[in-house]
Design a binder for this molecule. Structure first.
Ligand code: CO
Length: 230
């Protein structure tokens, strides 16, 4: 007798009763249009990409739909290795982030890592308040730590928007330093691999990126306790 365990059932598209098929189909149509437009500019476009990637940049950004990494810096496919999560966090227990970082630094040999936050970030806003949103509360707790580290500076800002904006900036700065605290990045610096880390904030309402001027290329910029002897 046949067991159903391990057999994947194919559900035909037409059997999906409640889905917005027009929207879904449009996505696939858009893809065909995009392929045609690329091939019109360069018939070899996809053949070249199929050979492999050597992006010079790792991007760590927010999952927010308004901050598409490639688009806002005018980068083509193949130019940016991307990791995105809620509020562009660098958490040392996040295997996803660590795997992306390790692969980017040790295999792809990226030369720059940019942590890009954005004004109006919902994750950072949530961290300023006491609202509870489910499992994400545990993720946001790490952003609350950033508030605590910088409480003196943030508490004296009376205007709520200004305080929010500064919190977004400080969160990016902390994530840049958190990258530098990883063994992956410190190992790369130890073997004199060229690797620069930067912090940016994107303006959703202007499209403009603000460079926070936090550029790290050595673990000597970290507090002694974070400098690994490797
Ligand atoms: Co965000």
């Amino acid at each position: 007798m046949l067991s159903s365990v391990g057999i994947l059932q194919t559900v035909h598209f037409k059997q999906l009763k409640y889905m917005n098929k027009a929207y879904y189909n449009q996505l696939l149509e858009n893809n065909k249009g995009w392929v045609a437009s690329r091939l019109a500019l360069d018939p070899d476009f996809f053949n070249k990409l199929a050979k492999g990637q050597q992006p010079p940049l790792l991007w760590i950004g927010c999952a927010d739909s308004r901050v598409p990494a490639n688009e806002i810096i005018g980068a083509k496919p193949g130019e940016v290795f991307v990791h995105r999560n809620i509020a562009n966090m660098v958490l040392h227990t996040d295997m996803n982030m660590l795997s992306v970082l390790d692969y980017a630094v040790n295999v792809l040999k990226v030369k720059h890592i940019i942590v890009c936050g954005h004004y109006g970030c919902g994750g950072v806003r949530a961290a300023m308040g006491s609202g509870s949103y489910g499992i994400v509360d545990n993720w946001i707790r790490h952003i609350k730590d950033v508030y605590r580290f910088h409480q003196k500076e943030l508490d004296i800002i009376e205007d709520d928007t200004q305080k929010f904006n500064r919190f977004v900036e400080l969160n990016v700065v902390e994530q840049v330093y958190d990258l530098a605290k990883t063994s992956i990045v410190q190992n790369a610096w130890n073997v004199k691999q060229e690797l620069f880390i930067h912090g940016w904030v994107y303006g959703v309402d202007s499209g403009i990126i603000k460079d926070l001027g936090v550029n790290i290329d050595s673990n000597e910029l970290l507090d002694d306790v974070y400098q690994l002897d490797i």
